[in-house]
Design a protein around this ligand. Structure first.
Ligand code: ARG
Length: 460
């Protein structure tokens, strides 16, 4: 019983099966650097308010620093009996510097310590992922020159709809990823508040200075209510919900490119270094990285679900259930990081099959809506124009020709205001240039957006 930090009241040692069941050190050791950083700030504050002498503080800092190096070098032996990374480090400190180490935990509890370490960890993860999102945006925007002028069919319901510039596709993903970055940045504001000093659940009688600790650790402020802080994991849930949205964005993109890489679409050639083959079918070049990117989104969505279910029935304040949060957050972070790391080079390395795409752009009446709007410009009500052009498309379909192949009489018959000018908006090239609205796929609009994106990306 004496080997536990809480040994005093216990007359029996912990059952070994309970130790195995309740340990978290096998995974929360990932928090070691943040734990040490938090403890050093705590010790400095304790000295500043006179709870520790400067000499005691210095011994603690030296001890913790040495332990950090040991862990980093892989020379530290974690003990399951000591449950988690926090008690492992504290025990190692006491083993190293003696009784002075026993003063470190003054005015804090593992509850606020865990939450502090975890917030520091999540904050680092946010900054890292934010950078990786930028990298993927760079990859998409970076295709603009190589794919300049390439027109792709745009789809709704996965049916050919209207023509769009390839670059318009790339910028669509850059925009989605930008909102993902903004969500992370917003989440960071709530993550970056210091729990330390809220102690177990009610605060402490020790005259601590939380503001000082917050400043030392780069927090923007304090968590205000100790009960709230002790029970709160919504910072982690919010973070993982950001991750789930990123994973879902990547999954949709992966799905699209998997389709594009099929013989049926034949739009894109994926870099072979990002594909794998078949052990039986010699011809196969499979888009496994994209498939796994799509598949791994399930883990991230699952992590979000787990965290929500984990916390939905918890009364105030701390409950041990909360220990189950870390693996979910670590796994969701690792998964999204891995997907982002591969997505960027994949985007850069893929090649559009310009000829195959161009050869089939005449299919699907991608210019029908442009023709309808051409008629609207001549004063015909939209509903009427829609019906008239619909019938024309029907005629062309029956004959198996493009709208541009119909003779001018066919257009005149459809509506007296239609004349040779229709040929100026028919065909995907013309249709693309006919767009006007802001945010449309007109080449000038897209060029403007590319310029904005380049400026944005070069600013950080
Ligand atoms: N190992 C636990 C965790 O990481 C710490 C538990 C702290 N609090 C407690 N009252 N047992 O979450």
């Amino acid at each position: 019983a004496a080997s536990k930090p809480w040994g005093g009241v216990f007359q029996e040692g912990t059952d070994q099966r309970v130790e195995r069941f309740s340990e978290s050190v096998s995974y929360d050791r990932r928090l070691y650097a943040h734990d040490i950083r938090g403890s050093i700030a705590h010790a400095e504050m304790l000295a500043a308010v006179g709870v520790l002498t400067d000499d005691e503080m210095n011994q603690i800092i030296a001890g913790l620093t040495a332990i950090g190096w040991e862990i980093q070098a892989g020379r530290f032996e974690f003990s399951q009996t000591l449950e988690d990374v926090h008690m492992n480090i504290e025990r190692a400190l006491t083993d190293r510097i003696g009784d002075v180490g026993r003063k470190l935990h003054t005015g804090r509890s593992r509850n606020d310590q865990v939450s502090t370490d975890f917030r520091l960890w999540v904050r680092d993860a946010i900054d890292e992922l934010s950078g990786l999102l930028r990298g993927l945006q760079r990859a998409f925007v970076g295709r603009a020159d190589a794919d300049a002028g390439v027109i792709l069919p745009g789809y709704t319901h996965l049916q050919r709809a209207q023509p769009v510039l390839a670059t318009h596709y790339w910028l669509a993903y850059a925009e989605k990823l930008e909102r993902d970055r903004q969500r992370l940045a917003d989440c960071r504001r709530r993550v970056n508040l210091l729990p330390l000093g809220t102690a177990a659940l009610a605060g402490t009688t020790i005259p601590i200075d939380r503001q000082m600790v917050a400043a030392k650790l780069g927090f923007d402020g304090l968590v205000a209510n100790s009960l709230d802080s002790s029970s709160d994991r919504d910072f982690a849930i919010e973070f993982v919900s950001c991750l789930a949205q990123i994973a879902v964005h990547l999954s949709g993109w992966a799905e699209e490119w998997i389709l594009w890489a099929t013989t049926e679409f034949n739009f894109i050639k994926l870099p072979q270094a990002f594909c794998t083959g078949s052990s039986i079918m010699p011809q196969k070049i499979n888009p496994d990285v994209l498939e796994l990117t799509r598949g791994k989104s399930a883990r991230v969505i699952g992590a979000l679900q787990s965290l929500l279910v984990l916390t939905k029935g918890l009364p105030l304040a701390y409950n041990r259930d909360l220990q189950e949060d870390k693996e979910r957050v670590f796994d969701a972070t690792d998964t999204v990081r891995a997907c982002l790391e591969l997505a960027a080079p994949l985007v850069t390395g893929a090649e559009l099959k310009r000829d195959a795409i161009a050869a089939r752009l005449d299919h699907g009446y991608l210019d029908a809506t442009t023709l309808m709007e051409h008629l609207i410009h001549r004063g015909v009500p939209q509903r009427t124009a829609h019906g008239l052009i619909g019938r024309l498309v029907g005629v062309a379909m029956e004959q198996g020709v493009r709208l541009a192949d119909l003779p001018v009489e066919a257009f005149r018959d459809a509506h007296p205001d239609l004349d040779e000018s229709v040929y100026q908006v028919l065909g995907v090239e013309n249709a693309i240039r006919a767009f006007r609205s802001e945010g449309s796929t007109h080449p000038d609009q897209v060029a403007q957006q590319v310029a904005l994106w380049r400026a944005r990306l070069s600013n950080d």
